[in-house]
Design a protein around this ligand. Sequence first.
Ligand code: AR6
Length: 173
Amino acid sequence: MTAITLVRGDITEQHVDAIVNAANSSLLGGGGVDGAIHRKGGPAILADCRRLRASQYGKGLPTGRAVATTAGELDARWVIHTVGPVWQPDQDQSGLLASCYRESLRVARELGAATVAFPAISTGIFRWPLDDGARIAVRTVREEAGGSVTEVRFVLFDEAAYEAFETALAAAP
Ligand code: AR6
């Protein structure tokens, strides 16, 4: 069984096996969660990302995929980088957002991670509506958790995000 928990706070302060990063396809850093993870985790994360770019993802990590690096100086073993879709009001990209959670969990299981922290992928700079993003996150994690993963912790930065996830979690599966 995988427990799904909610925490209001900063994902870079979590003590877990794997921290999921809402990255972009360049894997070379950015703002939001991505900026915070690289700032606090230090240069080892970027060095791993550069190696991945050179060896496997010359054209960038595709949207909906996930890949792991060291967690550097964070209190975790790995950072799992995933690329959420940019919200487009005229396109249904919910499958791609679900894929971020599914692929991140697949990578977590491959690593043997027990505890995994997720941010609300795509709901910041990529502008995905919070309530919908929370529903997709909770639904996908309920469907895809298991294996080595005993806890999925959603780490929500502000009250609005926390409430959106609380509502999604309270809704019938
Ligand atoms: N801990 C937890 N959640 C956070 C933190 C934090 N330290 N900082 C922000 N959030 P975003 P995206 C919340 O913008 O929308 C970057 O430039 C934030 O309030 O980090 O997927 C990347 O390089 C929001 O609810 O990610 C990409 O280019 C959620 O985390 C792009 O932004 C996600 O916001 C990705 O955009």
